[in-house]
Design a protein around this ligand. Sequence first.
Ligand code: LHQ
Length: 265
Amino acid sequence: MRTDFQHLLVKQDGGVLTITMNRPEVLNAFNDTLLAELIEAVEAAAQDEAIRCVVLTGAGRAFGSGQDLHSLAEGRSSGAVRVVSEHLQKYHRVVYAIREMPKPVIAAVRGVAAGISCNIALACDLRIAADDARFIEAFARIGLVPDGGGGYFLPRLVGVGKALEMSMLADEVGGPEAERIGLVNKCVLLEEFEDATQALAQRLAKGPTRAYALIKKLIYSSAESDLQTSMRLEGELQDIAFETEDHQNAVAAFLQKRPPEYKGR
Ligand code: LHQ
């Protein structure tokens, strides 16, 4: 993957690729360049077998402040943004790439995650937050509806009642509260945030990557299906997992009383 992006920092450490949205002067708001670069980076990460876990985070004091409202206003007045749903399709590419990525994707959130930046964090498989995190479904503040999959992810993570509250009141949800309501998996002290993120990512990158891809498929599909459909899919996926080198080696390691080593194959 190229590394010479204008508004993204990408860094690979072992099997972990960290993608950092980098417009800190506007709290990493999305302009067209940042959005295009994020699409490119997540789609490339999906293809690269050496990458076994992706971390998405923000530079400076925030994760992201959503759509850049200056560039949106310019796009509207110049006529470049006529029908907003067409513009949204670019964000949808990011969301689909994350969900279909055959490896775990972690959102690492410190500071503000507002608007569509918040919902991109919700699209990720796991979320770790610093205790200064502020999740804001900011859309209603400017008379809009949650986009970027927010209407889908929010009620599934926190329930319909809390999803409506967050979307209508658009109040901030802090890191500890986000952990309590299931919006994030873990909230840690800001001083521990980077180490905790990397520890989680490195652990996943050393795990059974193919099984993780199949787990994503099973859990995401089953959230939408009945028991019979889920167990049919479970069988299909287990047939695949059963033939992987990682499964066979891990069973042998257990029987030989030694720790397993997963190759991601
Ligand atoms: C910003 C932004 C920003 C530009 C802070 N843009 N500059 C909608 C429509 C169409 C298509 C696609 O998608 C969407 C989805 C969306 O994402 S809609 C929601 C868009 N986001 C917002 O409405 C949030 C706007 N920002 C805020 O409400 C605040 O800045 C928050 C609550 C995020 C952070 O507040 P503070 O911590 O007090 O920081 P700040 O307001 O002082 O911001 C720091 C700087 O960042 C500041 O610039 P300045 O030159 O004054 O230092 C802000 O203007 C700039 N900034 N968000 N989205």
